[in-house]
Ligand binder design. Structure first.
Ligand code: PMP
Ligand code: GLU
Length: 395
């Protein structure tokens, strides 16, 4: 039997594919220096794991309501109000199997085939694929290093047509690490309200902010803006809980109800045990966040300093998340000792992996040819060795 047209046109996740390729090489005995996946290397804090064990012992091993237990909805609402001063009703919160699933749900309940979704480039790999998966049309708006990879209100306005449903925004950004300044966000918010376009604000990296930068939730610019905002977030990145698969959506009630209906047919509910662990993540001691941030800040500073000194690379210093997205196009056309010529970012990544055993992800996957993404969510030893190898490769 043939597979469907829908899945045939879908590209596999390039981040996951790059990680799998690196693992394959490692399994064959090569010491690969891995910078592909955006996944914290820390193990989930012990008190969160203990809460999961306690949940199992207490028999919380059954189906839960389709979009999550009341205790987790409350913890999410409380944390949002505590951190950002914005309140949501329980009926506006839905919990899903990770933020990626939450994004898919939002697109599935909001978009009809042919609707347009504006996506600033560079974008996170899955945005374009998820939009296409629901039959909607991605409208790509290019942002550049010069503008700090931030889309302006004029660009947003200029991309809106009578088919536009939504803007997908991600600050701090994967892959660029850029954090929108408050005024820039507010200007986008005003366009959203004026034009009636909803903003899907992916705030999964909101807790990963470096010195000199500030995070502001898109829902915080007034009730009119909040009515045009859908927030997606989760515990994966901040609490080092990627494997637990808990993400959520804060959205107007009609959207949340639609997600509830969809999820009730689709997955029943997110893992019961993970939900109890996420309650502890949000309600329990928060020192783990600052401890991990100290490590991320040190890694970020080291990576930026080292890479600034390497010839021909340009990038915006990451203000959040754990990625450096750098332009390598000044090295295109160079020939490697083995005879291979590096003509694009994919060649660059292939050659770097083969030659220096350093695994990165090509910028093509993020809608930004000429660029390459390095995730520094790994230990200092790997980072040091990887940057040594990158420097040697470039020279
Ligand atoms: N949004 C962005 C921007 C991401 O980088 C990720 C990372 N996987 C996700 C969403 C999905 O997160 P989760 O692992 O919770 O599905
Ligand atoms: N978001 C992470 C990344 O960009 C994890 C991989 C994925 O979900 O695609 O590397």
């Amino acid at each position: 039997m043939q597979t469907s047209d829908l899945v045939n046109q879908l590209a596999p996740s390039a981040t996951i594919a790059a990680a799998a390729k690196a693992k394959e090489l490692r399994d064959s005995g090569v010491n690969v220096l891995e910078f592909t996946l955006g996944e914290p290397d820390f193990t989930t804090p012990a008190h969160i794991c203990d809460a999961a064990k306690a949940a199992m012992d207490a028999g919380h091993t059954h189906y839960t309501p389709a979009v999550g237990i009341p205790a987790l909805k409350k913890a999410i609402r409380d944390a949002f109000e505590r951190d950002y001063g914005v309140s949501y009703k329980p009926s506006e919160v839905t919990i899903s199997n990770g933020a990626k699933h939450a994004l898919h749900n939002v697109l599935a309940v909001c978009c009809n085939p042919g609707d347009e979704v504006i996506i600033p480039t560079p974008y996170w790999v899955s945005y374009r694929a998820l939009v296409e998966l629901v039959g909607a049309i991605p409208v790509l708006v290019e942002t550049t290093e010069e503008s700090g990879f931030c889309m302006t209100a004029e660009q947003f306005r200029g991309a809106i047509t009578d088919k536009t449903k939504m803007l997908m925004l991600n600050s701090p950004s994967n892959p660029t690490g850029s954090v929108y300044p408050v005024e820039a966000l507010e200007a986008l918010a005003r366009v959203a309200v004026e034009t009636g376009v909803t903003v899907l604000s992916d705030e999964i990296y909101s807790k990963l902010i470096y010195e000199g930068h500030t995070f502001r939730t898109f829902a915080s610019f007034g009730d009119d803006v909040k009515a045009h905002t859908i927030i997606v977030s989760g515990v994966s990145k901040a609490y080092a809980m990627t494997g637990w698969r808990i993400g959520w959506t804060l959205a107007p009630e009609n959207i949340s109800k639609a997600i509830d209906k969809l999820q009730s047919q689709q997955t029943s509910n997110p893992c019961s045990i993970s939900q109890y662990a996420a309650v502890e993540a949000l309600n329990g001691p928060q020192e783990c966040l600052s401890e991990m941030m100290v490590a991320f800040q040190a890694r970020r500073n080291y990576v930026v300093e080292r890479m600034r000194a390497m010839p021909g690379l340009t990038f915006v210093d990451p203000g959040g998340a754990f990625y450096v997205f750098f332009n390598v196009s000044s090295h295109f056309g160079r020939e490697l000792p083995g005879g291979m010529t590096v003509d694009n970012s994919s060649d660059f990544c292939t050659a770097l992996l083969a030659d220096a055993h350093v695994a990165l992800v090509t910028g093509d996957a993020f809608g930004a040819p000429g660029y390459v993404r390095l995730s520094f969510a790994t230990n200092m030893e790997t980072i040091t060795a990887g940057l040594d190898a990158l420097e040697k490769f470039l020279s």
